[in-house]
Design a protein around this ligand. Structure first.
Ligand code: S3P
Length: 425
């Protein structure tokens, strides 16, 4: 259990661990590249460890070296049939992206995950992979893990995804590396494009037309890559500082890929004072330092078109909305129901316990602030982002906020609490 007390302000300079999405992709592309890759700044969360364990079980040597990990890539066809069931733990990215790679392998793989992951929809990747020629099956008519994949030679497809999802897009693009002709994925709104950028970094550029992206088969070459800080982890500290007048926080070397920076745009729309300094790049990703000064926030309307750019930040955005003056409406976020928990229901229920006027909409949340928050016992639903969002909420609440089952924070951000202690005043 994590116990949080009210604080005065947030003050200091910090860094956050490496971006989780980029870390998964770096390990995966390094494993199927020819030659060695050196990866630095990888996420130290359990999700990324799940990806590493899966690739070790597929015969890839991954060894700590200097500041990072050295991965001896074996090329597109160098993976070995695993002796054991591959365990993706809590990680949707591991299971879905890995499915794309396994669809191209001429062997049998069985993939499972924890209780939460086994209840998340996998047909969204199984269907396109089957259409490409892989044999994919799972529980409940192929909808849920454990998944059984027997891969082989694939045909390219053109696939329209009904939802903007980088996991679906990436699974299909990775399978596309094994296809005899081109593979195109078209999404309704552009989702995070780390896979596309990283494929180019490993020597395999993709072609983009609007929200459609096309990949061909080809050879990836091992690379050096330094992963920038995770904006989704930074978001908890950004909100903590931005919503508290008197706060001053610098978060150095944060990934600023435009498909991920929606949280900064929406907070600025709410009156937050966030500046970007030292813009630079790392690999094929933009980076910069964030300088946040506390302010009084105003409620806002969140345009559904921006939702894919802040999909993982909605729990902590709901906390910002509870502190802001007036109504905040978030729509177009039905995907939150199929994340590590039902994040719409979880945030509505737990924020309500702390006194927030919040209403769950069919595809979002409506929140009226400002709230005189009161600390109480809340649940994490075994969801790392719910646990951290509730911890940030607790910084503004009278009394104690007790977050049950908080160990799940380690799924993405093992150092969260010690960093919070460093910058809380
Ligand atoms: C991710 C994509 C998003 C996001 C998840 C990480 C990725 O999921 O919520 O935390 O690394 O591709 P969806 O693609 O399912 O929206």
């Amino acid at each position: 259990m994590l116990i949080i007390h009210k604080i005065g302000k947030i003050f200091g300079t910090m860094t956050v661990p490496g971006d989780k999405s980029i870390s998964h992709r770096a390990v995966m592309l390094a494993a199927i590249s020819k030659g060695k890759s050196m990866l630095e700044g990888l996420s130290d969360g359990q999700d990324c460890l799940s990806t590493i364990h899966c690739f070790r079980a597929l015969g890839i040597d991954i060894i700590p070296k200097g500041q990072g990990l050295e991965i001896a890539g074996k090329g597109l066809y160098g993976l070995q049939e695993p002796l054991e069931i591959l365990d993706a733990g809590n990680s949707g990215t591991t299971m879905r992206l890995l499915s794309g790679i396994l669809a191209g392998q001429n062997f049998l793989s069985i993939l499972t995950g924890d209780q939460s992951l086994r209840q998340r929809p996998m047909d969204r990747v199984a269907l396109p992979l089957k259409q490409m020629g892989a044999h994919v099956d799972g529980r409940v008519a192929g909808k849920y893990a454990p998944l059984v994949i027997r891969g082989g030679t694939l045909q390219g497809i053109t696939w329209q995804t009904p939802v903007a999802s980088a996991q679906i897009k990436s699974a299909i693009l990775l399978a596309g590396l094994y296809a005899t002709d081109q593979t195109t994925v078209q999404e309704p709104i552009l989702s995070r494009d780390h896979t596309e950028r990283m494929l180019a970094h490993f020597g395999m550029p993709v072609e983009r037309r609007g929200t459609a992206v096309t990949v061909s088969s080809g050879i990836l070459e091992g690379q050096y890559l330094k992963v920038p800080g995770d904006i989704s982890s930074a978001a908890f500290f950004i909100v903590a500082a931005a919503a508290q007048p008197g706060s001053q926080l610098v978060i150095k070397n944060v990934g600023l890929n435009p498909t991920r920076t929606g949280i900064i745009d929406v907070l600025c729309q709410m009156g937050a004072d966030i500046k970007i300094d030292n813009r630079s790049s790392s690999g094929s990703e933009e980076t910069g330092d964030l300088i946040i000064q506390g302010a009084t926030l105003q409620g806002t309307e969140v345009n559904p078109k921006i939702v894919p750019r802040l999909i993982d930040e909605i729990p902590v955005l709901a906390v910002a909305a509870a502190l802001a003056q007036g109504v905040t409406r978030i729509k177009g976020a039905a995907e939150l129901k199929v994340k590590e928990s039902n994040r719409l229901a979880a945030m509505a229920s737990e924020l309500r316990k702390m006194g927030v006027k919040i209403c769950e909409l069919p595809d979002g949340l409506e929140i009226e602030g400002p709230t005189n928050l009161r600390g109480t016992a809340v649940n994490s639903y075994h969801d790392h982002r719910i646990a951290m969002a509730m911890a940030i909420c607790g910084l503004f609440a009278q009394g104690e906020t007790m977050i049950a089952d908080s160990a799940c924070i380690d799924i993405s951000f093992p150092g969260f609490y010690s960093l919070l202690r460093q910058v809380a005043r």
